[in-house]
Ligand binder design. Structure first.
Ligand SMILES: NC(=O)c1ccc[n+]([C@@H]2O[C@H](COP(=O)([O-])OP(=O)(O)OC[C@H]3O[C@@H](n4cnc5c(N)ncnc54)[C@H](OP(=O)(O)O)[C@@H]3O)[C@@H](O)[C@H]2O)c1
Length: 252
């Protein structure tokens, strides 16, 4: 039986990932509200729900200790919690920027650091960090969100190298827009989601690609294909891509 932990477990993508896991996998569901988590997973056997304040390093440290005390080990840890806010760069307050980094980046780093250490000692494990295509390609009105996700990808790429000798794998999942409640906060007007309609992924598809690589030594999953290709183009021709991003593909 694998033990799989996931943060932001009551979110749209997380629920779909858990739904697609084999029933014999034991799921540790972490989220802001125990009540909400219990509602989401009431009918799933082999599931334990834990309420957690992801902005607190101490709470994360204590949670990791508790999980290892109660479950002995973790095979896969999925850092999934995250949110976006598609505002102009000068509309953010410092507190808003720090909060987004706390959830999207620092909590991911803290869990990866603490759980990664325990996995290294155990000589096996898999850390899966849900980043974003926004962490590979920056776009307008995505300055803070992109920065949080670029940081996650940079951190994960280094972590993968450090853990390579320990049989602990590190994967980043980098999806384009997914049809979840993410956009209720990121883009309350709904305009962005409408304008990128043809690129929008369903959570089932992102979950399927994520579940397929669990326990496998996979570097990254970039999707959809068109955005994965755009990332390669961006790496080779950043100036042209910036021009296109401003003139042609400016969806926000
Ligand atoms: N939807 C997209 O277009 C898209 C695209 C690329 C990448 N992603 C990434 O995919 C991951 C999952 O997102 P999703 O699409 O499933 O969105 P979602 O339905 O909004 O779920 C995200 C979950 O993250 C947790 N979370 C959000 N804000 C939080 C906060 N301030 N404090 C603590 N926890 C918070 C919440 O979990 P609890 O309610 O359980 O606490 C929330 O349900 C995120 O990391 C997101 O950045 C999303």
């Amino acid at each position: 039986m694998r033990i799989i932990a996931i943060t932001g477990a009551s979110g749209g993508l997380a629920q779909e990932i858990v739904k697609q896991l084999p029933a014999e996998d034991f799921v540790i569901a972490l989220g802001r509200s125990a009540e909400k988590l219990k509602k989401c997973y009431a009918s799933r056997p082999n599931t334990a729900c834990y309420e957690l304040d992801m902005t607190s390093d101490l709470a994360i440290f204590e949670m990791v200790e508790k999980l290892y005390a109660e479950h002995g080990h973790i095979d896969v840890f999925i850092n999934n919690a995250g949110y976006g806010d598609f505002s102009e760069f000068d509309a953010y307050t410092t507190a808003q920027i720090r909060d987004m980094f706390d959830i999207n980046t620092f909590a991911t780093m803290t869990f990866s650091r603490l759980v990664g250490h325990k996995m290294k000692e155990a000589g096996h494990g898999h850390i899966v960090n849900i980043a974003s295509i926004a962490g590979l390609i920056a776009s307008a009105k995505s300055s803070v969100y992109s920065a949080t996700k670029f940081a996650v990808i940079g951190f994960s790429n280094a972590l993968r190298l450090e853990l390579a000798g320990s049989k602990v794998y590190v994967t980043t999942i980098n999806p384009g827009p997914i049809a979840t409640t993410f956009f209720d906060k990121a883009d309350p007007s709904g305009e962005y989601l409408k304008s990128v309609g043809r690129f929008v992924l369903q959570p089932e598809e992102v979950a399927r690609r994520t579940v397929a690589i669990l326990g496998k030594n996979k570097r990254e999953v970039n999707m959809p294909l068109s955005m994965a290709a755009a990332h390669k183009f961006y790496t080779l021709f950043p100036k042209i891509t910036d021009f296109l991003a401003r003139r042609v593909f400016n969806y926000k």
